[in-house]
Structure formats: C-alpha cells, structure tokens
Design a protein around this ligand. Structure first.
Ligand code: G3P
Ligand code: MG
Length: 298
C-alpha cells in the first residue's frame, strides 16, 4: 500500500516537473519571439544590434568577404550593418557608377579611367574575378541600381570621389542629388567626401541633404592644422556638416569628446577587429566603418 502511494506520488511529481519544464520552454519561446519581433534583438548570431548610439557601416559593403562595392557585398551586408557605404564616379556618358578608384585597373579586367568609358563599356567588365574566381561575372553597379535595391532595407552612405576635373565633380554632385531625390531617399542617405568643396556645393543645391566631411591620410595636414588652431569643430560646422568621418590613425579620445560636445557626429574608419571596435565604442563614436561588419558586435 505504502509502495503504491509512493509510486503515485513519484508519478505526480514527475508530471509536475514535466509541466513546469514545458511552461518554462513556452515562456522562453515567447520572450524570444517578443525580442525578435518587437525589439528586433538578435540573441543568437551577433547580427544588427539594438544599441543605436553607434551605427555599424559596411565599408564598400561586406568587402572583407566579397568584391568591394558590388552587389554580393551589399546583399551580404544587409544582415549585419545599419548603413552601407559605397563610392561613386561619373562615366563618360554621365552615369554614376559604384567603384572606389578613379581607374578600372585594380578591381576589374579593364584598364583606364572610369571617366573615359561609357556605361555600356563599363557594364561589359568583370568586377569580381580579381577578388576570387567564384565572383567572376560580377558587374559594376550603377548608383541608381543600388538605390533601388537598398530602398526600405538599409541606409546608404554615398561617398563622392573627386577627380581633377572640377566640372565633372560638380556634375557628380548634381547627379547624386537628382537620384537620391528621385528615389525619395534624402532621409535615408548621408553623403561624404574628402573634397569638402564638393559637399558645400551639394549643400547649396540641396540644403536638406546630410553631409559628412572625411579626413584621412591624404588630407591629414589640413586636419592637423585645424586641430592646432583649435578650429576643427567650427570648420565642420561652417560647412554645415552633420558630422565627420576620420581615419583611425588620426582620431583620439580628445577629438571625439570635443566634437561631440558641440553636437557633431563622429565616424571612424576602418575597424575589422572586435577589441579595436570596443575601444572606439567606449569613446562614444557614432559610426564605425568596417569591411567585416559580420565580425563585430556593437
Ligand atoms: O568614408 C570612409 C572611407 O570610405 C574613406 O576612404 O578610400 O575607403 O573611400 P576610402
Ligand atoms: Mg569610401
């Protein structure tokens, strides 16, 4: 009799335990779904983070693993980054194409200046094989194609590359403004350049656009002069920029602090390691540019 009672008691304890486990599992699933759907948290795989003080920018797309500035790199970046950065140049027939260098040599099987080729000629080039045989057949995208693709999916940083021809630089700016307006994406785009005069022209013709000045190795003397004169912040503000993107070797905690104090946003490029990203996160930078946003948790 006692044995029977003990067996019955044992069974009901086991049932209660199972019920509790199922309940706990259901609660966990519910919390996961709420987190995923409502707060867009990614618990498992280090995708886009919730913390939006610092945004992760896929520099030339996910360019550590795919040919830079190409569609494969942009598609791969969607999952990990908040913004995609790309570089634009004007073709001979005035179409904006997405390529970093002013020549075709490094990233395509063509030779010569982008500005000397028509879009049709550029579209015939292979922009993937240089990176890996599996990417052969990749084409140089137009800015228009990329805008169409990213609209509603992710924000864009268009970097305007300048060349020696001042007239073409102005045309580049004007074409960029026309396209962004055409896709109704002024709110979703920031425009940056090492050429700060180009950006001032852009602000004149399209005051609502958000611009970021870039400082790096190539204009470091200008940068250090501004720092020496204690004029970096006022220079950026005079140009009506929302912020500034600074090469990692030029940036210090004091600069971040000073610029943020006057309400400017600060971006840093290019960071591919988590421990380095961590340091700049602590400094409170607003944008982290990375070739490998899939490797960073911010
Ligand atoms: O805006 C950051 C970065 O894109 C500037 O340098 O030469 O990679 O276009 P680069
Ligand atoms: Mg760039």
């Amino acid at each position: 009799m006692v044995a029977k009672l003990l067996r019955a008691e044992g069974k009901s304890v086991a049932m209660r335990t199972r019920k509790n486990s199922i309940l706990l599992l259901l609660i966990a699933i519910l919390v996961f779904i709420i987190g995923k759907v409502i707060f867009r948290l990614d618990f498992l795989n280090g995708e886009k983070s919730m913390k939006k003080d610092t945004l992760l920018v896929a520099h030339r797309g996910l360019s550590a693993s795919y040919p830079e500035n190409g569609f494969a790199a942009f598609k791969a970046a969607l999952k990990f980054a908040d913004i995609i950065e790309l570089d634009v140049h004007l073709t001979r027939d005035n179409v904006l194409v997405v390529i970093h260098d002013d020549t075709l040599d490094r990233t395509t099987d063509g030779r010569g200046k982008v500005a000397d080729f028509t879009l049709k000629e550029i579209k015939d080039l292979d922009a993937g094989s240089w990176f890996g045989e599996e990417f052969s057949g990749e084409r140089i995208p137009t800015l228009e194609e990329v805008l169409k693709f990213v609209k509603g999916k992710i924000k864009l940083n268009i970097e305007i590359k300048n060349i020696e021809n001042e007239n073409l630089n102005l045309k580049t700016v004007e074409e960029c403004v026309r396209l962004v307006k055409k896709f109704d994406m002024v709110e979703d785009v920031i425009v940056s350049s090492f050429d700060h005069d180009i950006l001032s022209h852009l602000k004149e013709i399209a005051p609502k656009f958000r611009i970021y000045l870039i400082f790096g190795k190539r204009n470091r003397h200008h940068f250090y002069n501004l720092i020496k004169q204690n004029e970096l912040g006022s220079y950026i503000q005079k140009r009506q920029a929302e912020g500034v993107n600074i090469g990692i070797l030029l940036l210090s905690s004091k600069i971040v602090e000073d610029l943020k104090k006057v309400g400017l946003k600060v971006g840093v490029y290019t960071i591919n390691e988590q421990n380095v990203a961590q340091k700049f996160l602590k400094l409170g930078v607003n944008l982290i540019y990375s070739n490998a946003p899939d490797r960073l948790k911010i």
